[in-house]
Design a protein around this ligand. Structure first.
Ligand SMILES: NC(=O)c1ccc[n+]([C@@H]2O[C@H](COP(=O)([O-])OP(=O)(O)OC[C@H]3O[C@@H](n4cnc5c(N)ncnc54)[C@H](O)[C@@H]3O)[C@@H](O)[C@H]2O)c1
Length: 257
């Protein structure tokens, strides 16, 4: 028996769809036949929506009420969400004693509270249709820690906890929930933190790439967004229907030691 790999007839909502992973996942899902709804706080998301023939909702997930509105709008305009990809994220590098309270709380809102809210609002429709896929973009930093990333590491660990808990609650309704844990990848998010890491650690930018980002890895290169998109497609497919509550590393061996 061969299992369905097409996403025809499915609606996928992708947060942070204007960024590196979001764009790759949107293209891969659209190629597989899904109708894609992109949301992002930046207009770059609109360009991606146009590229994949989908729709765009401008929304800042740092605000709880805006996040609720986004859920309502996506569900009403599309008649439901079958695949939710909680992908929006950002980095802030600072020693814990210098980390601004508001920035810490903002990162946790965007990368943990908003995924909870989106999950909460899409689940009733998924239950009615007895089918759903929730894919949370966590990180190697959802599994292990690095210094100067207290908010990011806490949010990404929390997201793995949310993944496991909701997987247990939703398994009997045909809904799977999984976390993807990428290593350092070739996207604007990684490129943007090189200078910050160099300053905070007191090392050169080339040392950040060679020693901090690549040295722990078995394969000495950044992960490409289309590799993340392939895994996101697999997790949305019928072939992955027994995978739930998993935190899957795609990190060039970064967390193997
Ligand atoms: N690139 C990596 O090395 C890497 C590694 C592990 C995990 N991740 C995670 O993967 C996800 C995607 O990362 P990426 O590398 O594509 O980053 P990216 O910066 O290219 O894209 C992230 C997107 O999220 C959006 N976003 C940020 N704050 C938002 C907000 N308040 N409301 C709505 N949208 C917002 C940004 O506008 C951007 O388009 C993130 O959750 C990130 O933490 C990335």
């Amino acid at each position: 028996m061969s299992l369905e790999t097409s996403l025809g007839g499915k609606v996928a909502l992708i947060t942070g769809g204007g960024g590196g992973f979001g764009r790759a996942i949107a293209n891969t899902y659209a190629d597989a036949g899904a109708r894609v709804v992109i949301t992002d706080a930046r207009e770059s998301g609109r360009e991606v929506a146009e590229e994949v023939g989908g729709s765009f909702i401008l929304a800042d997930l740092s605000d709880m009420e805006t996040t609720r509105e986004l859920c309502r709008e996506a569900i009403e305009s599309e008649g439901g969400v079958d695949i939710l990809v909680n992908n929006a994220g950002l980095q802030h590098i600072a020693p814990v004693e210098e980390f601004p309270d508001d920035d810490w709380a903002r990162l946790v809102q965007i990368m943990l509270v908003a995924p909870f809210q989106l999950t909460k609002y899409v689940v009733p429709g998924m239950k009615e249709r007895a089918w759903g896929r929730i894919i949370n973009l966590s990180s190697i930093h959802g599994l292990v820690a690095s210094p100067f990333k207290s908010a990011y590491v806490s949010a990404k660990h929390g997201l793995v906890g949310l993944t496991r808990t909701t997987a247990l609650e939703l398994g009997e309704f045909g809904i799977t929930v999984n976390a993807i844990c990428p290593g350092y990848s070739n996207t604007p998010l990684t490129r943007g933190q090189v200078a910050d890491q160099a300053r905070t650690r007191g090392i050169s930018e080339s040392d950040v790439i060679e020693k901090v980002m690549l040295e722990p890895a078995a394969i000495k290169r950044l992960v490409e967004p289309d590799e993340i998109a392939s895994l996101a497609l697999y997790l949305a497919s019928e072939g992955a229907r027994s995978i739930t509550g998993a935190a899957i590393s795609i990190d060039a061996g970064w967390t193997a030691r």
